[in-house]
Design a protein around this ligand. Structure first.
Ligand SMILES: Nc1ncnc2c1ncn2[C@@H]1O[C@H](COP(=O)(O)OP(=O)(O)OP(=O)(O)O)[C@@H](O)[C@H]1O
Ligand SMILES: [Mg+2]
Length: 234
């Protein structure tokens, strides 16, 4: 199974943000999407999820045209989304937040159990309100909720933002474990080193255009590429 973007253009109102975005995400792989602030990373994820309409180009999942589907059908087609800033329901408990994820696919306890195996800390906090969790726990909950839709592909927008280093490491391990379970992960991250460590492939985006697809090893051998397109020196 592969999620493919081909020549995608999209924007907000009259403002064109994505001019030409193409990428491929295979099941059981991690693709890092890197670019400067404002390059269009979040907009790319919004467009895959149907929250922003693609004005040109194609987004397909094994031949199914996601860009023609209404937004509520995209999680059902197997694409999960962990938004930037998490977007939990703060006054609902951990358990209630997870139930909302389960509802999307009409799933039950058999879906929840393997998800909670990944996040033992949530097990102990099922009755606690989401808004009172620590930042790291909220990130785990956002990820767990997305996994309750049993996605074949998971889009993650800066999941390590605001986490302390030990939690960053835990989160990266969890992403690697998802890959081992066959999930394809599209990872938007500011922490370039973390992406280069765990990703199978990296796509660079600049001013709404994908400008380069490479392996982490290729990028490590060409440090000037990251400096030019992402603005980081390694
Ligand atoms: N709702 C909106 N309406 C109008 N313009 C928007 C909207 N959301 C984003 N933009 C613009 O689209 C461009 C790309 O934004 P986007 O959020 O996709 O960037 P990003 O790569 O995720 O950046 P960051 O690393 O800062 O999160 C920016 O110029 C931004 O101002
Ligand atoms: Mg963003």
């Amino acid at each position: 199974m592969t999620l493919t973007l081909d020549g995608v253009q999209a924007g907000y109102g009259d403002v064109r943000v994505l001019h030409d975005v193409s990428l491929e995400l295979a099941a059981g792989t991690i693709v890092g999407l890197l670019g400067r602030n404002g390059a269009g990373k979040t907009t790319t994820l919004h467009t895959i999820m149907g929250l922003v309409r693609a004005r040109a180009g194609r987004i397909t999942l094994d031949g199914r045209e996601l860009h023609r589907m209404p937004p509520h059908d995209i999680p059902k087609a197997g694409v999960g989304y962990v938004p930037q800033g998490r977007r939990l329901f703060p006054y609902l408990t951990v358990e209630e937040n997870l139930r909302i994820g389960l509802l999307v696919r009409g799933a039950g306890a058999d879906t929840l159990a393997p998800v909670l195996d990944l996040f033992p800390v949530l097990h102990e906090r099922m009755k606690q309100r989401a808004g009172t969790l620590s930042g790291g726990e909220q990130q785990m909950l956002a990820m767990a909720r997305a996994l309750c839709t049993r996605p074949a592909f998971l889009l993650m927008d800066e999941p390590t933002e605001g986490l302390m280093p030990t939690l960053v490491a835990r989160l990266l391990e969890t992403i690697v474990e998802l890959r081992a379970r066959g999930v394809g992960v599209l990872l938007v991250e500011q922490k370039v080193d973390a992406v280069l460590r765990i990703a199978d492939r990296v796509t660079l985006i600049e001013n709404g255009r994908t400008v380069r697809h490479a392996t982490p090893a290729e990028l490590a051998a060409e440090p000037e590429v990251l400096l030019r397109h992402v603005g980081v020196r390694r």
